[in-house]
Ligand binder design. Structure first.
Ligand SMILES: [Zn+2]
Length: 461
C-alpha cells in the first residue's frame, strides 16, 4: 500500500505515537490501554477539523467522509471526538480483528447523544470506559484477556447445569411431578408465617437512597467488566433509584402470581438435600417446553382452586423483591419483617437490592441460555446469587462503622446492627453456580456475566 492517502493517515498515527507520555498506559482491569492525549491537548482549534477528518479516515476507511452529525459539532465536541478516535487508533494493534470502522462510525454518529460526556483524564477512567465500552472494544478486549479453562474443568462446569442425578431423555412422569404440591404449600405457608405480627413501614424513598449507594458500589467493585457490553446500563445512563417501586403497595398481576409460584416450585423441585430432587424423580426437564407447560398448568390449577390461595400468593408477591427485567422496574418490599431486628432487615434489603440489580446487569446471552438448560435456575438465579455474594461480601469486608451507620438511617440506634458475610442462596441453583464460579475463576466468571462469553463458564451447547 503506497497510495498518498495512506501515507498521510500513517503520519497522523506516527505523530501521535511520538508524543506518548510516560503515564500513557492505563489499566482497565486485566486490559492495558494506551492513551496519547497530549497530541490533541496542544492542538489549535482551527487544526482540529482537519485532523479529525484524517483520523476518521484511518479507522473508517480512506476517503470515508465524516458523518454530518460529527461535522456539525461545536469545537468542544469535535475535540472530544478526536480524543476518542485517537484512543481507538492508539489501541488498534492490541486488538486485531475488531471492527474499527463500525466503532468509528458509531462514535461519530452518536457523540451528540452521549450523556453525560466524560473528558480524558477523568479520575475514574470514565472517558476510556465510555469510548471503549460503547464501541464494544472493551468487551472484546476483556474477552481476549482471559484464557478458557482446560477441557477437564470445562466438563466439570458443564455437568453443573443439570440437576444431580438427572437422566437425560427421561420422560416426564406427571403423577410424580404432582407430588410437588405438599412441600410447595409448606414452603409458602412458612414464608407467610414469617410475616405474621405487626409490620412497620419504611418509605420507598429510604430505599432509593440505598439504591444510589449500591449502584456506585457495583461500579466500584465490578468495573471495567460492568461496562463490557456496548449497551451496558452503566454506560447508558442507569439510575437504579428511579427504577424502584413499592411492591408492597402494588396489586400483583395474574402473571406475577404464576411467575412467583413457578419460581418457588423450581426451588422446591430442585432441592436435593435429602437424595434425588423431586424434579429428577419426575424426569422433569425445564429445557423442554412441554415440561415447563405441564408444571405451569399444575400450579395454575392449584392457584385457581380457591380465593384463599390467591390471597396468600398475592401477599407473598407483595412481600418479595423482584425485577421485571426492564418492563416495569424493580419492586421492593417496604415493610419490616416482624421478629427480625430492623437493622438486620435493612441488611437483607440491601442484599435483595443487589440481587435485583444483578438481574438487570446479566448479559442477555446468558438469560437466553438459561431457557435451554435442564436446570434453568443455575443461571437464572444461581449466577445472580453468586454475583450478589461477591459484591455484598466485598462491602461487608470494607464497611466502616460510619458507612454502616449511614445505611441504617431511619432505624433507631438500639435496633441497628452490623452486617455479616453471606453465601449464594437459592438452594441447589446457588450451590451449582458457586461451584462454576470456583472452577471458572473470578475473571472468567465476570467476563461471562457481563460480556456474555458463555463459553468461559461452559454452558452446554
Ligand atoms: Zn432473582
Amino acid at each position: 500500500m503506497t497510495s498518498p492517502e495512506f501515507s498521510v493517515q500513517e503520519s497522523v498515527v506516527t505523530a501521535a505515537q511520538e508524543t506518548l507520555p510516560q503515564e500513557g498506559v492505563i489499566q482497565l482491569g486485566p486490559v492495558k490501554i494506551t492513551a496519547k492525549y497530549p497530541e490533541v491537548d496542544t492542538l489549535q482549534d482551527e487544526r482540529v477539523p482537519d485532523l479529525l477528518a484524517r483520523m476518521y479516515g484511518v479507522l473508517a476507511g480512506s476517503g470515508a467522509p465524516l458523518p454530518s452529525a460529527a461535522a456539525g459539532l461545536d469545537p468542544m465536541g469535535k475535540r472530544w471526538l478526536l480524543y476518542a478516535l485517537l484512543l481507538l487508533v492508539s489501541n488498534r494493534d492490541s486488538l486485531g480483528g475488531f471492527d474499527y470502522a463500525t466503532a468509528a462510525k458509531w462514535l461519530a454518529g452518536n457523540v451528540a447523544a452521549l450523556e453525560p460526556i466524560y473528558q480524558p483524564r477523568a479520575r475514574g477512567k470514565e472517558f476510556e470506559v465510555q469510548v471503549l465500552g460503547r464501541t464494544g472494544w472493551l468487551g472484546a478486549a476483556l474477552r481476549t484477556a482471559v484464557t478458557p479453562a482446560g477441557r477437564e474443568t470445562q466438563e466439570k462446569m458443564s455437568a453443573l447445569y443439570s440437576a444431580p442425578g438427572h437422566q437425560p431423555g427421561a420422560l416426564l412422569d406427571r403423577p410424580v411431578l404432582e407430588k410437588i404440591v405438599p412441600p410447595l404449600e409448606k414452603a409458602l405457608i412458612a414464608e407467610r408465617t414469617a410475616w405474621l405480627g405487626e409490620r412497620d413501614h419504611q418509605p420507598i424513598e429510604d430505599l432509593r437512597f440505598i439504591a444510589d449507594f449500591i449502584q456506585a458500589a457495583t461500579w466500584q467493585v465490578f468495573k471495567p467488566y460492568a461496562a463490557g457490553r456496548a449497551d451496558s446500563p452503566f454506560v447508558t445512563g442507569l439510575k437504579y433509584r428511579d427504577r424502584l417501586y413499592d411492591k408492597t403497595a402494588a396489586m400483583p398481576t395474574e402473571e406475577q402470581l404464576i411467575g412467583y409460584l413457578v419460581n418457588r416450585a423450581n426451588v422446591v423441585g430442585s432441592d436435593s438435600t435429602s437424595g434425588p430432587s423431586l424434579f429428577v424423580q419426575a424426569g422433569y426437564d425445564a429445557a423442554r417446553t412441554a415440561d415447563r407447560e405441564a408444571l405451569e398448568q399444575l400450579l395454575q390449577t392449584w392457584l385457581d382452586r380457591g380465593d384463599k390461595r390467591r390471597g396468600l400468593i398475592a401477599f407473598l408477591v407483595q412481600h418479595t423483591g423482584s425485577n421485571s427485567h426492564g418492563l416495569g422496574g424493580i419492586g421492593m418490599v417496604t415493610e419490616f419483617r416482624p421478629n427480625v431486628a430492623k437493622g438486620d432487615w435493612r441488611w437483607r434489603n440491601i442484599r435483595t437490592m443487589i440481587h435485583e440489580l444483578m438481574h438487570s446487569l446479566i448479559h442477555p446471552y446468558l438469560v437466553a441460555e438459561a431457557l435451554k438448560i435442564q436446570a434453568p435456575q443455575v443461571i437464572g438465579e444461581g449466577f445472580i446469587e453468586v454475583m450478589t455474594r461477591e459484591l455484598y461480601n466485598e462491602l461487608v469486608g470494607k464497611m466502616t462503622t460510619g458507612a454502616a451507620g449511614k445505611l441504617q438511617f431511619g432505624i433507631d440506634q438500639q435496633d441497628q446492627t452490623v452486617p455479616a458475610r453471606t453465601e449464594a442462596g437459592y438452594g441447589q441453583a446457588g450451590k451449582a453456580a458457586a461451584d462454576i464460579f470456583g472452577l471458572a475463576g473470578r475473571d472468567s466468571f465476570l467476563t461471562a456475566f457481563f460480556v456474555g462469553a458463555t463459553d468461559l463458564v461452559a454452558v452446554p451447547a
